[in-house]
Design a protein around this ligand. Structure first.
Ligand code: NDP
Length: 489
């Protein structure tokens, strides 16, 4: 069934090459200033989602047949436009997600780099040749698109995360149905407008904004999807994995984390404090790569804590678009309440709150929170077990490197992990023995490149890695061809 109302202004729903009105609408509110209504965005209906899936199914072979040069050119154009408009679109990201403008702009520029990187990867879709064990037979192994890819993305990187999924999906000839987070529809529309400008078959790319529990759920349960790429929370991820298995749908998931940063007694203390502050509180702590467990050697514990608390207190918390702001608001009222509950939970379990952890008032009404540092924490406390996604970091004292590593590895998660040390042997041992997808030596736990794989172990990730050339594993399927040419006549 075709949806009736075709919009001239983008609404949040883009299906089969047309912007559509949804069945209902939601308000998009600026978390730095809740009196600022960014806009009203459509919520896709079940019928519209089915329409998107049907359009994607029809368009995908046309996109694959368009060839690698075409796909390269389209991705390059999208990437270049994102980079050229990084400031303008970054402002939208900052306004609706709450990260400071420099971070919003940086995110959009990075999203552009994902597209230009995967533009080139489209050209590098190489296969393999093999000798057959049977004489007279030739074998080749080629990569083909997986088909229709469902993308479900979160609000914390509302342009970069979908970009690192959409770019490889399109590069390798797939069609996309994207369900963005409902907290960040304006960023989704901005990215979709750029994709929609391209000369691509209608239906290759579709945006279906709507509630996760309705539109998202229906999307991941659909048999019309060949692969699902998800980033978000562990409980939702587990539900998606179960739905995917029921349909034998390929699945890739990036979920929670509890990233440790080890600060050893031989570390450069100033650098350790700078990296810990950046990794714990950057993006208001709402990063899957945030350093939430700081495991500090007892010999430098007190000196490190003193400097960390001073650095946390000095951070300027404020409106994301105001000059000088270093930490923006928390994304939503719900997230703020959850954060404040974690502060209470930490205190109730006996951790000592040295600074922050309070709601702040600013000239505009928003979800501002002061960066919190807990000390005297144990690794079995809730604040050290559960992903908080908050500007809260917990210091755990360790008597030795071996103890620190053991604490770091004692988690269901394993996304990123860092060590601050001047010892090559400790750094090398950590690289080899830390159970995590990404390890950082003398660097913050947050901050990764766009051309190498990203992902974790344990409950942090499931399925093939994202990003870099490893992305081909998820976004393509291989076909092995056996050819008996026979003797010439
Ligand atoms: P969710 O996992 O609920 O949301 C992520 C995405 O999944 C959103 O697009 C959401 O839609 C969608 N979704 C929600 N429910 C379903 C469902 N049943 N089926 C399919 N899709 C669904 O995370 P939240 O945004 O609610 O954040 C909650 C917590 O998750 C955070 O506090 C944080 O701990 C964690 N999180 C972790 C991230 C990471 O990168 N590690 C990223 C974001 C969150 P909608 O927005 O409409 O709900």
């Amino acid at each position: 069934m075709r949806s009736e109302v075709v919009m001239t202004n983008p609404t949040g729903i883009y299906i089969d090459g047309r912007w559509l009105a949804g069945g209902s609408e939601i308000d998009n509110i600026n978390p730095s200033d809740i009196s600022d209504l960014i806009g009203r965005y459509g919520q896709a209906t079940g019928d519209q989602l089915d329409e998107a899936l049907a359009a994607a199914r029809k368009a995908q072979p046309l996109w694959w047949a368009a060839g690698v040069q075409k796909r390269h050119d389209v991705l390059m154009a999208i990437g270049n436009e994102l980079m050229a408009r990084a400031e303008e679109i970054g402002r939208i990201v900052s306004r609706e997600e709450g990260k400071p403008l420099a971070e919003g702009k940086g995110e959009v520029y990075r999203a552009g780099q994902f597209f230009t990187y995967f533009a080139a990867e489209a050209l590098r879709l190489h296969g393999d040749l093999a000798e057959s064990v049977r004489p007279g037979i030739e074998i080749d192994v080629r990569r083909e698109p997986v088909g229709v890819v469902a993308i479900v993305s979160p609000w914390n990187f509302p342009v970069a995360t979908p970009a690192w999924k959409i770019a490889p999906a399109l590069a390798f000839g797939n069609a996309v149905v994207w369900k963005p987070a409902n907290l960040t529809p304006a960023s989704a529309v901005a990215l979709t407008e750029i994709i929609a400008k391209q000369d691509i078959p209608a239906g290759v790319f579709n945006l279906v904004t709507g509630p996760g529990r309705a539109v998202g759920q229906r999307l991941v349960e659909s048999a019309g999807v060949d692969a699902i790429s998800f980033t978000g929370s562990v409980p939702v991820g587990r539900g998606i994995a179960a739905a995917a298995v029921a349909n034998m749908t390929k699945v890739q998931m990036e979920m929670g984390s509890k990233n440790p940063m080890l600060v050893m007694d031989d570390a450069d203390l100033e650098l350790a404090v700078a990296h810990a502050t950046n990794a714990a509180f950057g993006g208001t702590g709402q990063k899957c790569t945030a350093a939430s467990r700081l495991i500090v050697h007892e010999k430098i514990h007190d000196a490190f804590v003193e400097k960390l608390v001073a650095a946390a207190k000095a951070l300027k918390v404020g409106h994301a678009l105001e000059d000088g702001t270093q930490i923006g608001p928390v994304v939503s009222d719900t997230q703020l309440s959850q954060n404040l509950d974690y502060v209470q939970a930490g205190k109730a379990e006996g951790a000592e709150l040295l600074c922050g952890g309070e709601r702040l008032n600013r000239s505009t009404e928003g979800y501002f929170m002061s960066p919190a540092v807990f000390v005297g924490t144990r690794n079995d406390m809730r604040i050290n077990r559960e992903e908080m996604f908050a500007p809260i970091t917990c210091v755990i004292k360790a008597g030795s490197y071996a103890e620190a590593l053991s604490i770091a590895n004692d988690s269901e998660f394993g996304l990123t992990a860092g060590i601050m040390t001047r010892s090559l042997s400790r750094a090398s041992h950590f690289r080899a023995n830390m159970r995590a997808g990404c390890v950082m030596v003398n660097l913050p736990t947050a901050g990764t490149d766009y051309h190498v794989p990203f992902g974790g172990r344990g409950a942090s990730s499931f399925g093939p890695r994202e990003q870099g050339r490893y992305a081909a594993e998820f976004y393509t399927t291989v076909k092995t061809a056996y050819v008996a040419a026979g003797a010439p006549e």
